[in-house]
Design a protein around this ligand. Structure first.
Ligand SMILES: [Zn+2]
Length: 416
């Protein structure tokens, strides 16, 4: 310290201590190693003496600390006094805290309907937030009626999973890195995350856990579930905050029941013939007659045999159909039903019988697999060299289903 700066520091210090309280003067005397006994006037006098005679850097620092503390406390006093005065004419505004995310209740999560497995009741459900590390086991019990229905093959137990949001009916999904055990037997072991697409989870048919259930009424079944990797640590695009697990009792609906319900629906009405969206039909322009004829196959794209009951989705704009029973069987354990011809959505609700093709098929000659139709009700049968037969798809479809699955999986992958 130079003499001028030191004298400046001393005079500042002497100025500061004038307003000091007893406790502050005592602290300063402690630093100077001088007695702190006496009245305030004595303490102040002693401090002045120490500063003028032996002003150390420790004392200068202590004065700085006391001054800073006084500034802070006077500032907070001003804030509190101003807010208390203004609170008389303004409503009290609570300090802003980040909103706490409240998840919807697990039993409010809606799943899409499964035509072959009609929901009877929710047995148990639970939310699975992605930033949680541990979940306590989910326990559920079945009653006498449930067990009876399961034993008779009328009902099954499905584990359904969907994002914990309530604004829509969800497709079932397979979350990344999920491990689930039912009564200590693994039912889901997914140690991967979907790489393609906007979601880390993939759409997948619900898990049938019927075989893992204890077939005894009022006995506790246990579902353990955990993340194989911490999802909070992994950055995913559009990963939901939570998934919901739902154990449901579902009623097995027979293919004949679904088939009969579709037969009873209002049949498909053909759209105008100049609809140029007939993507799978061959169009033949007959300029002389100014009519457009379409060549329509009578073979089912699923079975490659003659269609028995021609159907398509109300969204389809082509004349060609598929066999209704073959289509239903192919989709028994699928979530998203699509038309094998145009790949548009062909949900169970959208399926219709094609009356025109049904009439054509009822009169089809034995060696015919194609017809030519125009806007009139007439049709021209085109004869093949080999004889076509109608076969009952129920026996053969199971063999073909696997091949179909593979080809549809491939084509859907190519579309991405
Ligand atoms: Zn279609």
């Amino acid at each position: 310290m130079s003499s001028s700066t030191s004298s400046q520091a001393k005079s500042n210090a002497l100025e500061s201590i004038k307003n000091y309280r007893v406790s502050e003067l005592q602290t300063l005397l402690d630093v100077a190693n001088v007695t702190r006994q006496g009245h305030k006037r004595d303490l102040l006098q002693r401090c002045k003496l120490v500063i003028t005679s032996n002003f150390t850097s420790q004392m200068a620092n202590k004065i700085q600390q006391i001054n800073n503390a006084r500034k802070r406390s006077s500032r907070s006093h001003r804030v509190s006094s101003s807010s208390s005065s203004s609170s008389r004419n303004r409503p009290i505004v609570l300090p802003k805290t980040p909103p706490i995310e409240v998840l919807p209740q697990a039993n409010h999560i809606q799943f899409i309907n499964l035509p072959f497995f009609e929901k009877m009741r929710n047995i148990e459900c639970s939310n699975m937030p992605v930033d949680w590390h541990a979940f306590s086991p989910m326990r559920f019990t079945l009653n006498e009626t449930d067990i009876d229905l399961i034993r008779k093959n009328i009902a099954r137990v499905f584990l359904r999973i969907a994002p914990t949001t309530v604004h829509e009916r969800h497709n079932d999904v397979l979350p990344p890195y999920l491990f689930v055990q039912c009564n200590n037997q693994p039912v889901i072991n997914n140690n991967i995350s979907k790489q393609v697409g906007s979601q880390a989870h993939s759409i997948s048919f619900p898990t049938d856990i019927t075989d893992k259930i204890i077939l005894k009424a009022n006995t506790s079944n246990t579902l353990n579930y955990l993340w194989l990797q911490s999802l909070a640590a992994v950055s995913f695009k559009n990963l939901p905050k939570s998934y919901t697990l739902s154990v449901q009792l579902v009623h097995c609906v027979s293919i004949d029941t679904l088939f009969d319900l579709i037969i009873k629906r209002e049949p498909y009405t053909n759209k105008t013939d100049n609809d140029n969206d007939n993507d799978s039909d061959i169009e033949i322009e007959d300029l002389g007659l100014m009519t457009t004829r379409h060549r329509v196959s009578l073979l089912c794209p699923i079975t490659q045999s003659l269609i028995v009951v021609p159907a398509k989705s109300s969204y389809c704009s082509h004349l060609t159909c598929f066999d209704l029973k073959a289509f239903l069987l192919m989709n028994e354990r699928r979530l998203q039903w699509t038309c094998p011809l145009c790949k548009k959505s062909a949900s169970y609700e959208s399926l219709r019988i094609d009356e025109r093709l049904k009439t054509i098929l009822s009169n089809v000659p034995p060696n015919c697999s194609t017809v030519e139709v125009d806007s009139s009700t007439d049709c021209q049968y085109i004869l093949d060299s080999i004889k076509q037969e109608k076969i009952d798809v129920t026996d053969t479809i199971h063999l073909q289903k696997n091949n179909e699955d593979a080809s549809i999986e491939n084509s859907s992958n190519n579309n991405k």
